[in-house]
Design a protein around this ligand. Structure first.
Ligand SMILES: Cc1ncc(COP(=O)(O)O)c(C=O)c1O
Ligand SMILES: N[C@@H](CCCC[NH3+])C(=O)O
Length: 417
């Protein structure tokens, strides 16, 4: 797990910043990110390619805070987006549109138009209907749309069924056997230019083998296309590399990338990867305070001020995330606790059966919350979304204030009649 979060003098720190101090200044729940961790993890991907042409396109959905995107853009990162909203964020954060790939099964015409207007690198196409739509919009704009086709290699990613994307049963991509036909149709389009092949088989993979198996199938397709006279410039292998949440042992970034480079065995082809979790996951924690202790004959509940609306992974995927005290103590109530939030749902828990010595008012840190944490948060129960803070060394920056109650009204209108 990340070394960015560790104890100094029995107090948990983010780099050299005390989390107790951050909680005092900004309140809880609070997302805290380590800038150094984001930078090191992105660089680990970039460096691992050596001389192989490549582009690391950070998956924006993972953590789309503008400061996070800006830190990565400054390092030269590309971006994998799935909506115009994400595109606008990348642009606002100083990202280079020429390093943007656009994934997703349901791109709207207006989104395609905007992406062509700013000149993104490539659309990852997921169906014939989408090819037709992109051709139509590009023709109207008199632009050429670079595309790759996202193929579904039917490889079992051996991950949670909700985050497995490369099986025939999943809505993503096109059947790899039908892909040559689609490429031929794309070549026949006046305003579409096929430049690559794309696949993404799932998320939180802890083995290299499924990635290599998918690449083998992609390369077989590439050979078939070459025989049809269709030569491509890149292969995009998506994201999906897992992280350690508890006792998983995911591969090192360098071993994963080197396995891809070795299997490709062609220095003239560019490899694009779209990592998200492997960069952001262990670069963030969610800080929360114990509001009440509620021991019962049957179970002990520690009611905390963070909830499923702040971090939905435990409720949605039964995901396990480590929860540790910011200032460990021995004079509280030592018991097994269910750490539950204020939301009116039985599924509102961040952890179950966690042995801890607690008092009300204690601060806890939910680890590995940098990925799919804030970006999946909501206002359920009309709860303001948490603030986000970035630290580096002994510096900290508030990068998104906590929502106010006025923010929660948004621009809704009363009916006047
Ligand atoms: C198309 C695509 N690319 C990249 C990612 C990022 O995945 P991960 O966070 O597992 O690296 C996802 C999410 O799974 C995705 O759907
Ligand atoms: N949101 C998921 C990952 C989904 C990946 C998106 N394609 C998670 O928290 O694990």
């Amino acid at each position: 797990m990340s070394t960015a979060f560790g104890y100094q003098n029995n107090r948990l720190h983010a780099e050299n910043v005390s989390l107790s101090e951050l909680a005092k200044t900004y309140g809880t729940p609070l997302y805290v990110y380590s800038r150094s961790e984001f930078e090191q993890r992105w660089k680990a991907f970039d460096d691992a390619f050596g001389s192989q042409p490549h582009l690391v396109c950070y998956a924006v959905k993972t953590n789309s805070n503008l400061a996070v995107l800006n830190v990565l853009a400054r390092m030269g990162s590309g971006f994998d987006i799935v909506s115009q909203g994400e595109l606008e964020r990348v642009l606002r954060a100083g990202g280079d549109p020429d390093k943007v790939v656009f994934s997703g099964v349901a791109k709207q015409s207006s989104e395609i138009r905007r992406a062509l207007e700013v000149g993104i690198r490539c659309f990852n196409i997921e169906s014939h209907a989408e090819l037709d739509r992109i051709q139509k919009v590009a023709q109207e704009m008199d632009k050429i749309a670079n595309i790759s086709i996202r193929v579904n290699p039917d490889v079992d990613a051996q991950t949670h069924p909700y985050i497995s994307t490369g099986l025939k049963d999943n809505k993503f991509g096109v059947d790899i056997l039908k892909a040559p036909e689609l490429y031929e149709d794309a070549c026949a389009c006046s305003h579409v230019n096929p430049i690559g092949i794309d696949c993404h088989i799932g998320s939180q993979l802890t083995q290299i083998t499924p990635f290599v198996d998918a690449l083998k199938r992609v390369l077989a397709l590439k050979d078939t296309l070459a025989e049809l006279g269709i030569d491509l410039h890149h292969v995009d292998l998506g994201g999906g590399l897992g992280i350690q949440y508890t006792d998983e042992t995911p591969p090192e970034i360098s071993d994963y990338i080197q396995a891809l480079v070795k299997e490709l065995n062609d220095p003239s082809i560019e490899i694009i990867v779209e990592p998200g979790r492997a960069i952001a996951g262990n670069a963030g924690i969610l800080l929360t305070e114990v509001e009440y202790l509620k021991p019962t004959d049957h179970k002990n509940f520690a009611i905390i001020d963070a909830a499923m609306n702040d971090l939905i992974r435990p409720a949605l995927y039964q995901a396990y995330q480590e929860i540790i005290p910011v200032e460990p103590r021995e004079d509280g109530l030592d018991a097994e606790w269910d750490l539950v939030g204020p939301v009116c749902e039985t599924g509102d828990f961040l952890g179950k059966n966690r042995r801890m010595n607690l008092k009300a008012g204690d601060l806890l840190a939910v680890r590995s919350a940098g990925a799919y944490g804030f970006t999946m948060s909501s206002n359920y129960n009309t709860r303001p979304r948490a603030a986000e803070v970035m630290v580096q060394g002994d510096q900290s920056w508030l990068i998104r204030p906590r929502e106010t109650y006025e923010d929660l009204m948004g621009s809704e209108l009363l009916i006047k009649d």
